[in-house]
Design a protein around this ligand. Sequence first.
Ligand SMILES: [Zn+2]
Length: 425
Amino acid sequence: MKANFTSILLGLFFFSFANAQDLSYARKIIEKLCSKDFAGRGYVNEGDKKAANYIREEFTQLKLAPMGERYFQYFGFPVVSYPARVFLNADDNELMPGEDFIINPGCPSISGNFKVIRLDSTMVDNNNEYKKWFKKNLKSYFLIVDELKGKKFINQARADAILKNEVKAKGLIFDKQENLVWGVSMGFEPYPIIYVKKGLLNRLTLKIKLTVDATLTIHGTQNVIGYIKGSVQPDSFLVVSAHYDHLGMMGNESIFPGANDNASGIAMMLDLARHYKENPPEMSVVFIGFAAEEAGLIGSLFFTENPLIPLKKISLVVNLDLMATGDKGLTAVNGSVYPDLFSLLQTCNSKGNYLPEIAPRGKAMNSDHYHFSEKNVPALFFYLRGEYHQYHDVGDTYKAITLSKYNEAFGLIRDFMNARMKLYY
Ligand SMILES: [Zn+2]
């Protein structure tokens, strides 16, 4: 297209305004999604529902065109949640849920006082000792395993065998944990496992008092989907996705806010929606806030099996998950599966001088891009890397994140999407 001088000047003028990302908008979104009211966007106090409603409100304000029923695509899945008590006392010291200990995702309900035995490597390694020891009736016991030492001689499968077939103890305690990393489960585990932070139990711990109230429900939830119609090729689609769910609450006190994972991805997705609303894209751009990612990529599985647009019309999925850092650069999962897309991404990065390093990774079932690429839709998952160690724990808070390379990552992703749209000419 030929442009005269005035329109170039006007273009430059608008460029400086309309192409800007909005860090304060992103911060506002993240702070809101991490607030107490949203209960970690999980399965206690309707956390995920509140988050979905909030994203729908933003879509409405941005005047995105709705997909599904007023932006919602409904589905259900089984999930174990902990809306009431999760309580642990070791000897007579109360431990804080989330801070001092976590339970295994899918931990069944349990309540009572239990004796504990520290599992020693000689009890497992030495055959005679082992047999003698396992003759004991341990039905009212928890076995304690040192995590560091334990890793060498006991793993989950071995623990399963010991607890189910050989000892029939009540449950297991992994002691001396460095990080308390939690998750979401769609079903009950056979017995409770408690992970206790380093330095809180001693060798002489004799008894625990434990209460866990667990519920298994079929949880109704929804993907949140809006789009902007393309100005040149409305029937070709780019998808920007981010999951809005997180782990929720472990009992009625302990919240997992999920600032980096993945309020940050939702904020960038909304910011990109705001950007493309002001700068109409040539292809249609669909924005999807996925539910139930932490439970096993359920929202994206449901969407790809019940797509609201034909999957073969999607030329690119950009999935954003963990976007709050970036000092060490960005990783593109599926980058080595789609070398052409990856080199386009690298070109955009060097042209804009955005991030210190762009690294490719192979296929991985670790976020919502996965079910797209499995169905032959080109899909990349971007996450930022930096000095940030809060992952699936109570410390992943709004206050802890820096968003140090948010502007750069936004610029890179915008340029990459624009370049991808240009490839069609
Ligand atoms: Zn995530």
